[in-house]
Design a protein around this ligand. Structure first.
Ligand code: ADP
Ligand code: ZN
Length: 753
């Protein structure tokens, strides 16, 4: 027997192998096979049988490890669609639909039982003492302070792997008695041991009841957009809908959330209703644990998969529904091949398997909104907050009027005054909440201490040696860090270019605001939540649980605090700088800003005490800010859609971003020019109305990880045209094998940076 096998290699084809007689019993479409490929073994997925040609001698399959196929016909079909639509090799598309444990040539890894944990064993409260101890060991200091910053402990694997500290630095700290290393039994999955809450027992509001009635009669493949303002009770609609499907009709369901760690409350609410019928696919699972969950779903022991993007591939049969919560979130789009968008995959999967899709958001993506406007999706609306709560009042503080023109620290790397970060209005509101024992949330979507360092003499800004991005100043540990490639270096004492000594910090980051708050409110309990404080496995959940338990007065953080949090005692939300990101050269910059402001504002006033929102901005008239202030989603959409007509951008047109990159600047530019010319010629030859080629141009971030980047934009009125032209480009356009030249095609990109 001959079979076609999809291998996870960057080639747009399948490979034919012979199945030896002994293995034919365990080979079918969707099963895994181990095959020889270029002097190594690869694991691939059988996609079908092949017909022999006389001239070729086929290699033999080495091994067929599965008793039953790991992918059923429906998932294979989905994988093919992803490969076609997102222009990914079929083997790469199929691989991303399986848990990691099934895609390596090695057997599945068992769940980890113990791990090594590094813990601070001696505190160093005196800074002088610390300076002396670490005078000749800056690396040790960096590691020590990092441990401090993330709560005093971290797994050794994490320090070495993600954070790239070498074993010798850690050893040094241990030898000096500052840090100790323990074995720790890996905790039972904390999501399973979290206190069980009582299921929501509300009587649905009229709007919720209407939405539920509509969903109950939705035909297979139907897509509903549930547009509900923040706090309108979208989760109750999901829960009641799934109760019907899963508990009464015996079906299964997938619930997608942007990121499990950020939405523990949502997960708790599902667990309260469905108990151990749920598999929570969170990112802290080991490969072995993830594989166990996959098996349980496949065997039907678990009936609901809750997880981020990749949970869309949960091996469930008899699928009744797919819920996509916060459907506008850009984390649903995968940043590497296959560059799929889980929301779109959900719609396709539901269509093939006869399930119903619910896309929920307070600020739907413009794509989904226009699909609802055109009647392709059904629009269900929850216009008011549930349980009698009101939307918070939102006020704008115009920073141009309130602040001194320049930060007082203008002359040195020094301290910014509190009032530069937090103006009098926000300060008064914070005072008031602290006085009353109510909680506040402060958003600043920029981590680190200050955004960048600039020379006061020549104006030079410290940039990353690998990327065309300025370095962010971090204080603990004290480093300049690139947020793109994670390069880090010590803070310079003088300017790299002119050797001037007047280095200035520009742009506030969360670390700095945390410090200013701590100085201004020494007795307040402040928690900071950003990438730097949440590198531990359960750090997010711990911080959020503390807020929920009333142990935090002020929660300060980046966009990660804006998502589905429901804390009734939060009566104030302050946005320290609404303009971060608003001027990025990306067509979605305004949309993202509006969403972020609306979402974070939605955290206020969820309880009987009501709530208020204060937004500090220098662009009070920008429509993203203006419409967020008035809770005017429709107004925003109208203006934004109009703005995306000239020049044309989605959803008014379909686009694919063709990125050409390489290690050499000229060669990359030349390749991009050639690609654009090639596309122009193609379109001229085969008249394709409604299609245009824009560019080439350098990407807004011109260099990342030592690679130069240029792009060409393909725009099309009809998706089929875009798909065909892009596929033709991928198949036929030749990339010279030099200077590491590469081409990637990102269809329906979420950003063009
Ligand atoms: P959303 O997901 O739309 O932001 P949630 O589902 O978090 O909103 O609901 C907000 C709050 O309203 C929650 O505390 C929830 O328990 C409560 N709630 C939801 N539906 C009702 C209802 N029908 N009656 C009373 N309270 C409700
Ligand atoms: Zn970099």
């Amino acid at each position: 027997m001959l079979i076609d096998v999809a291998l996870p290699v960057p080639l747009y084809r399948t490979f034919t192998y012979r199945v030896p007689d002994g293995l034919t019993g365990s080979v079918a479409a969707g099963s895994r096979v181990v095959v020889p490929f270029r002097n190594r073994k690869e694991i691939g997925i059988v996609v079908g049988t092949a017909t022999p040609t006389d001239t070729v001698k086929y290699k033999d399959v080495v091994e067929a490890p599965d008793e039953a196929p790991v992918m059923d016909e429906a998932l294979l079909t989905l994988g093919r669609w992803i490969a076609d639509y997102y222009l990914a090799p079929i083997g790469v598309a199929l691989r991303s639909a399986l848990p990691a444990a099934l895609t390596g040539v090695d057997v599945p890894v068992p769940a980890r039982k113990t791990r090594r944990v590094a813990r601070i064993s001696r505190e160093l409260p005196s800074l002088l003492h610390r300076d002396r101890i670490f005078a000749r060991a800056p690396q040790q200091r960096a590691l020590y302070e990092l441990l401090e910053a993330i709560g005093g402990q971290a797994s050794v694997e994490h320090l070495g792997g993600k954070l790239a500290f070498s074993a010798s630095v850690l050893k040094g700290l241990v030898a000096r008695g500052l840090v100790e290393i323990d074995f720790e039994t890996v905790e039972r999955d904390p999501f399973l041991s979290r206190a069980q809450r009582a299921p929501d027992a509300h009587v649905p509001t009229e709007a919720q009841a209407h939405a539920l009635e509509r969903l109950a009669v939705a035909p297979p493949g139907h897509v509903a957009l549930l547009h509900g303002v923040t706090g309108s009770g979208k989760t109750l609609v999901y829960l009641d809908f799934l109760k019907q499907l899963v508990l009464e009709q015996g079906k299964t369901a997938i619930v997608l959330v942007p990121e499990i760690a950020l939405t523990p409350q949502t997960v708790d609410r599902f667990r309260a209703v469905f108990g151990d019928r749920i598999a929570v696919l969170h990112s802290a699972l080991s490969d072995g644990e993830r594989y166990d969950a996959w098996l349980a779903l496949r065997r039907g022991e678990k009936r609901i998969a809750v997880g981020a993007r990749s949970a869309i591939f949960a091996p469930l049969r008899n699928l009744g529904a797919i819920i996509v919560d916060e459907e506008h979130e850009s984390s649903y789009k995968q940043g590497e091949a296959p560059r799929y968008h889980a929301r779109e995959v959900a719609v396709v999967r539901a269509r093939t398997e006869g399930a119903v899709v619910v896309l929920g958001s307070a600020t739907p993506s413009l794509e989904s909104w226009s699909n609802a406007s055109s009647g392709k999706y059904e629009l269900l609306t929850l216009p008011d907050r549930a349980g009698g709560a009101q939307l918070p009042s939102v006020a704008v503080v115009d920073l141009r009027a309130e602040q001194p023109k320049r930060p007082p620290s203008e002359n040195a790397v020094g301290e910014t005054a509190f009032s530069y970060a937090i103006g009098p209005a926000l300060e008064a509101a914070l005072d008031d909440r602290l006085g009353k024992g109510e909680q506040s949330i402060l958003l600043l979507n920029r981590r680190g201490y200050s955004a960048f360092i600039q020379c006061g003499t020549c104006g030079d800004v410290a940039v990353c040696p690998n990327c065309s991005i300025s370095l962010t100043y971090h204080r603990t540990p004290e480093r300049l860090v690139c947020h793109y490639c994670l390069h880090s270096e010590p803070l310079h004492l003088s300017c790299n270019r002119c050797a001037g000594m007047r280095l200035r910090q520009r742009g506030l980051g969360t670390q700095q605001v945390e410090r200013l708050l701590a100085e201004r409110y020494p007795t307040a309990r402040i928690a900071r939540m950003d990438v730097d404080t949440t590198s531990g496995k359960w750090a997010h959940t711990e911080i959020l649980d503390r807020v929920g338990a009333g142990e935090v007065d002020i929660l300060l953080g980046t966009q990660m605090i804006a998502k589905g949090l429901d804390f009734p005692n939060v009566t104030l939300v302050g946005v320290i700088d609404a303009d971060v990101g608003i001027n990025l050269p990306d067509f979605r910059a305004s949309e993202r800003c509006f969403q972020l402001l609306s979402q974070v504002a939605g955290r206020a006033g969820r309880g009987p005490k009501g709530g208020a929102v204060l937004i500090q901005t220098r662009c009070p008239t920008h429509h993203a800010v203006r419409c967020a202030v008035t809770h005017d989603y429709r107004g925003f959409v109208q203006q934004e859609l109009a703005g995306r007509k000239h020049p044309l951008y989605p959803p008014n047109v379909r686009i694919a971003n063709v990125v050409l990159s390489g290690t050499q600047e000229d060669a990359t530019a030349r390749l991009a020019t050639r690609a654009a010319a090639w596309l122009h010629k193609l379109l001229a030859k085969h008249a394709t109305p409604g299609m245009t080629v824009i560019g080439p141009a350098p990407c807004p971030v011109e260099r990342v990880k030592q690679r130069w980047r240029w792009h060409v934009l393909l725009k099309a009125e009809r998706p089929q045209d875009l798909g065909r032209v892009a596929q033709y480009l991928v198949d036929r356009f030749e990339i010279p094998k030099q200077f590491g030249l590469r081409m990637t095609v990102d269809r329906d990109p979420v950003a063009l940076l």
